[in-house]
Write a protein that binds this ligand. Structure first.
Ligand code: GDP
Ligand code: MG
Length: 293
């Protein structure tokens, strides 16, 4: 048995969570085209034959704007030093920006091997991919560079075999079928948040938190109660929508995903609550589970 931990780092939106889901073969992290989607450390487990890799998906590293931002960055750095190998993910289809350099700068004192994953190569032709590799290869002393497409499942197997070379443990951390350490309550709440991100525009994402308040089960259905917490009434209005239509759509989409995940009929109830300035209030951040580390 060879096993180990790999952290996925990189600026927001490069596709870390999409890649994690692909590596693990199940949707365990929500994704969206909006920044700041991932808020907690999410562990995803790949187990095949005698290899087990525990991937740690981090909130993207970015300059903190408010207290929540600080906590997210802290989590992202925390995971960098404690793993066998770091997979630094970049968007190959975009030019290298400040955001990427900010992340690379954080790696100066890191001794863990860093593998550069150039994601989104489905957007490039072969020539452009080679040009990209040439552009990035000297930015850091990368152990290896692996181009992939997480969304098109291109070269992801190759990434697994590259990462496997750097695993240092012999312990099996998770049983074969376990794909994540995230509790079911968290995954269900995240599904609701994903649908909100999907259906609303940019002003909403950073200000929304979702929390399962109760789950009950009877013969035919699982009843899930989710609080949607926003920091101002204007957002509450947006999420509920005209005649409650937005909230209804969020609920329908979330329920479909939950039924897939749970394999049982789901009854879903959503409540929208305003909690002013929750992002800056230490107390609420702790209550909302941002202080698990
Ligand atoms: P994260 O912030 O780094 O976790 O990024 P996400 O995984 O949430 O992905 C950000 C956006 O990039 C989403 O809209 C994804 O669908 C998209 N995306 C991720 N991987 C790929 C890829 O390989 N190709 C393309 N074209 N889009 C991708
Ligand atoms: Mg993410």
């Amino acid at each position: 048995m060879r096993s180990g931990f790999v952290s996925l780092i990189g600026r927001p939106n490069v596709g870390k969570s999409t890649l994690l889901n692909r590596l693990v073969g199940e949707k365990i992290a929500i994704t969206s085209d909006k920044q700041g989607t991932t808020r907690n450390l999410i562990q995803g487990v790949y187990t095949k034959d005698d290899i087990q890799i525990v991937f740690v998906d981090t909130p993207g590293i970015h300059k903190p704007i408010h207290k929540l931002g600080n906590k997210l960055n802290y989590q992202a750095y925390y995971s960098a030093n404690d793993v066998d190998v770091i997979a630094l993910v970049m968007d190959a289809s975009e030019s290298i920006g400040k955001g990427d350099m900010f992340v690379i700068d954080k790696l100066v004192n890191v001794t863990t091997p860093v593998i550069l994953v150039l994601n989104k190569i489905d957007k490039l032709n072969n020539e452009e991919i080679l040009k990209k590799i040439d552009e990035v290869k000297d930015l850091y002393s990368f152990a290896e560079i692996v181009p992939v497409s997480a969304s098109h499942n291109d070269n992801v197997e190759r990434l697994i075999s590259v990462l496997s070379k750097y695993l240092n443990d012999t312990v099996k951390y998770f049983p074969d079928e376990e794909k994540t350490s995230s509790p079911m309550e968290f995954r269900l709440a995240e599904i609701v948040r994903e649908k909100i991100l999907e259906l609303t525009n940019d002003e909403v994402p950073h200000s929304v938190h979702t929390l399962v308040s109760d789950i009950t089960e009877d013969d035919k259905t699982i009843n899930v109660y989710v609080d949607i917490i926003v920091d101002r009434d204007a957002l509450k209005k947006i999420i509920i929508g005209k005649k409650g239509l937005m909230l209804k759509e969020i609920g329908m989409r979330a329920r479909t995903d939950m039924e897939k995940l749970l394999g049982k009929q789901v009854y879903l109830e959503l409540y929208v609550k305003t909690l002013k300035k929750w992002r800056d209030k230490e107390k609420y951040l702790n209550e909302l589970g941002f202080n698990e580390l």
